[in-house]
Design a binder for this molecule. Structure first.
Ligand SMILES: [Zn+2]
Length: 255
């Protein structure tokens, strides 16, 4: 579910009163249904640019940091990863690392041969891996472990950036695929109407990131700046409003 906070964005100089009943409009801004997502995904995870799977020139891709293989993703997937990474950083205070992104045909062949020989992990038939389209990421930073807070967060938030936890369907918690649906973050202001996370602040409580069922008190410094870059300037309220916002997102009610 998504939420919107009514009452407009306040600044320190112009704090406007917020009507409680108007704070949350749950579900009002879900971007699209499953059908549209499935269509986008089918289009996104197939051939692009006239290239063959695993034979995409580096010049046609965008660099991302990886620990294995070649450090590339398709440009839109890389941009979506960068924004996802900023959100992950704001939440966990560490980067969302990529074990592997683009995989060339030679490497896919080697991995597939090892899989067939029973000496390697699962690998797609060469020429069919989504890694070969530079549209898959194997994530580290805790996301590879099924029950971790990082994995739960990535499953809940990755899709907002177009990164789908596709690997869950074949037992690879770490494997995510980009579905082409992310429109980009741009400035904080152009995200303010269609995102479901908000930064809130009050004098006595400090700064926190909130979303539906989600509350995270932000440490000062780089986490605050990463969060505001992504979700815009904080909504500023008094301590009572801050507590109310926290109660609303965590309990869905203040009753
Ligand atoms: Zn993978």
């Amino acid at each position: 579910m998504a939420l919107t906070i009514g009452g407009g964005r306040a600044t320190a100089a112009t704090v406007s009163p917020v009507v409680d009943a108007n704070l949350y409009d749950l579900g009002a801004s879900m971007p699209e249904g499953d059908g549209a997502r499935a269509t986008a995904r089918a289009a996104a995870t197939s051939a692009w640019g006239g290239y063959s799977n695993g034979q995409i020139p580096a010049s046609a891709m965008t660099k991302v940091p990886v620990s294995v293989g070649q450090p590339y993703l398709r440009g839109d997937a890389a941009a979506a990863y960068n924004d996802l990474n900023r959100a992950f950083q704001a939440r966990f205070g560490k980067s969302l690392s990529i074990t592997e992104a683009y995989r060339d045909l030679a490497r896919q062949r080697a991995l597939y041969a090892a899989y067939q020989a029973g000496t390697g992990s699962k690998a797609a038939v060469p020429g069919t891996s989504v890694h070969g389209w530079a549209l898959a990421c194997d994530f580290g930073s805790g996301v590879a472990s099924g029950g971790s807070a990082e994995k739960q967060w990535a499953n809940a938030n990755g899709p907002k950036f177009g990164w789908q936890p596709v690997g869950d369907s074949f037992g690879e918690a770490w494997h995510f695929e980009y579905d082409g649906s992310y429109q980009g973050s741009g400035s904080g202001s152009d995200r303010s109407t269609d995102d479901d996370m908000r930064v809130i602040q009050s004098a006595g409580r400090g700064i926190a990131l909130i979303g539906s069922g989600y509350f995270y008190q932000l440490p000062e410094g780089e986490f605050v700046s990463a969060a505001t870059k992504l979700w815009g300037d904080p909504f500023i309220g008094n301590d009572r409003q801050f507590d109310l916002w926290r109660a609303m997102v965590l309990q869905g009610t203040t009753a």
